[in-house]
Every structure is written in structure tokens, then in C-alpha cells.
Design a protein around this ligand. Sequence first.
Ligand code: NAP
Ligand code: MG
Length: 407
Amino acid sequence: MTKKIKVKTTLVEMDGDEMTRVMWQMVKDKLLLPYLDMDIDYFDLHVKHRDDTDDQVTFDAARAIMKYGVGIKCATITPNEDRVKEYSLKKAWKSPNGTIRAMLDGTVFRKPILVNNIKPSVSSWKKPITIGRHAYGDVYDNFELHIPRAGKLEVVFTPANGDKSQTTFVKDFPSAGIVQINHNMEQSILSFARACFTYALAEKIDVWFSTKDTISKIYDAGFRDIFDREFANNWKDRFAKAGIEYFFTLIDDAVARIMKTEGGILWALKNYDGDVMSDMIASASGSLAMMTSVLVSPNGWFEYEAAHGTVQKHYYKHLKGEETSSNSMALIFAWTGGLRKRGELDGTPDVVKFASQVEEAALETVEGGIMTGDLLLLAEKKPSNKKVNTEGFIDAIAATLKKKLHG
Ligand code: NAP
Ligand code: MG
């Protein structure tokens, strides 16, 4: 047995629920622990353990990421009424991702994993298109009102310092209607811009940012101006040195251009635009199980995870003893993403190299025709394609990895 690779700084691990918890353990046992000497700060975010600790464990995990810098998270149940019954929970605890995101103040980047035997629906896309979605404000935190009859709508702003209130006329309603008021924070938009520029510089890819600034001259144009100012003040030179670009364009133009690009870009989007467009990119690129996700905080903290959930339906089959064919690709890439970042921050190239070798082993396995059921439906039809079960897929990757490491 060759000497294990030392991961210098402690990694924060957040375990999760259901089928992803099952795959998580296999990935660790078969792909990582045989080769790595790591110090792990482990947090069990199993829904029952969150309940037992009154969700304290989620807050502790977020604080550990703030302490060490890099966290890797398994998918977790966000409890609803059904889950409260299923697991006899004290209450429907908040989404752990929401809690962690609020504490780290981050932007979520989603990037598809591409393999050469699954073609994106858009034929010009050769490299991944990453979406950077602002995770604050807009319709997710808005005010809505039903107007029952004819009348005048005004908004009143009352300054906190006791200055005179300011009333602004909005609309004369000739009859019944509906109203929506969105807001955002300049500080949050600035954090979003910084997270996007940080991510793009690390990945050495161009940044596109698009809003509807021609119509929305204060709100959407405000986003544009904050991005433009932040770029000019703090990023222009670094981008030029790295040979990458930032540009702003109207969202209509970005949507048209995205269909012609070969990819390899970061597309930064407001909250709602990012929500919708990331689903479009995921679907056009293949399967949910092939989408990675990382939360980048403006304070230099990183949290890696799969974009999908706990794959509940497969877990129930697994519990009944039936065979499953769940895809661990995005979970593996959560680990390799975190390990690569840890290696970069620690200045340990052997850890960075190992992360890449695991990714190569996973990609080569699928490209060699061994895959889970979700991918078999999408891949180019070849007689040599072989569907494997959940564990068989990880075993096949482990065998490829072993060959790669030991020649
Ligand atoms: P899901 O776990 O993403 O699964 C939805 C469907 O997508 C699955 O039923 C499966 O389709 C397919 N799929 C997703 N991941 C797959 C994989 N790795 N391999 C193969 N197929 C995969 O979403 P959900 O079932 O709606 O949600 C389950 C739980 O996850 C919920 O309790 C939710 O709260 C939680 N969730 C957590 C996160 C997170 O922690 N980041 C995100 C989303 C949801 P088929 O059944 O057709 O095979
Ligand atoms: Mg969506």
C-alpha cells in the first residue's frame, strides 16, 4: 500500500439523509479513505439528529465552515408536514441550506458535469455553462396585495432617523387588481458581484451578467451599476491578467447569445432569473444527478454539495431490499470540489491532483459505457453500454481510480 495523501487543514463534513446518505458512505469508503489522510470535523445533519439538537448541529456546522473555510455537504431533507410525521419531529425545521446560506452570506453556483457520450440538447454547447444565482430578495421575499376595487395606491417610506415620511404615488386602479413589491439590498448585490468575480477568477472563465435594465431603470439598472463599479474598482486588472472578461448585457440578448455560445462561462443572474435558467441549463445538459453546486461566500468560505435532493423514492426501494441504480456523480464531485479547493488554499498540489484523478475516473467510467439508469436513458446508444446498480457504479469508479493511481 502506498503512503496516503495528507490533507493539511481540517475539512468540514456534513452528512445527510436517505439515499444520498447511503451513497455518501460508499463514496468515502471506496474512493477517499483508502487514499487520503484527512482530519474531518463531522456534523451529522440527519433530520433526526437535527431534531434531537433543536437544529443546533446545523448552526455548528456553518460555524465550522467559517472556521476552516471549506465544507462538503450531503443532501438533506427539508422537513414538511409529511416528514414531521414520518420521523416524529418536534417541528418542521428550516432548510439547512437556507440556514447555512444565511450565515455564510453566499452566492450559489451550479455547473453541469459533461461526459462525451451524453450530448447537451443545445448542440453548440461544448463546455459547461455555470449559473451564478443571487440568493436574496426579488419575488422570494416580496410584498403582494390584492386590490379589491377602484382606488389609488401609494407607498410610504419612513426614515429610521425620524425624518419626515415620504409618500409616492404608484397607480390609480380603475377596478380590481393585484400588486407586487420587490426589494433588494445594495450590500447583498455587492456581495453577489464579489462572489461571481471570485468564482470566475478561480475557474478562469468569462462572466456574463444580464438584467432587464432598459425597462427597470432603478432596480435592474441598480444591479448593473453595482456590478460595473465593483468590477472597475477591484477586478479589471486581475481579469485582464487572467485573460478573462466581464460584460453586462440585456437579458434578452444574453438568452439569444447563450444558444450560440460554446459554453465555459459564468452567467450571473438575479434571483428569479437564476432559479428558472438553472433548471433550463440542468435539463438541457442531462440529468439532475450531473449538476454540481457550490456556495461561495464573499468572506472566502466554500461549501460544496450535489444540486439534487436525497432521492427519496430510490431510498424507499433500498429499504425494501430492492435494487437501486442511483447516481453518485454529483456527490463525488462535491467531495472532489471541496478537496481541490482545500488543496489550493493549503498549497498541497498532491491533494489537487488526487481530486482531479477521482473526477477523471468517474468521467471515464461513464464514457466507457458503465452507468446508472438515469444516464443510460440519455447516453448515445451502444451495445457495450451497461447499467449498474448504486454500489456497482461506485465500485467501477473505484477500479478505474485504482488503475490510474497504481498504473
Ligand atoms: P431529488 O432527491 O432531487 O429527486 C428527484 C428525482 O430526480 C428522483 O426521484 C430521481 O428520479 C431523480 N434523481 C435525483 N437525483 C438522482 C440521482 N443521484 N440518481 C438518480 N436519479 C436522481 O428530489 P425530491 O425527491 O423531490 O426530494 C427529496 C428530498 O430531498 C426532499 O425531502 C427535499 O427536501 C430534499 N432536497 C434536498 C436538497 C439539498 O439538500 N440540497 C435539494 C433538493 C431537495 P426518478 O425517481 O425518476 O429515478
Ligand atoms: Mg427552479
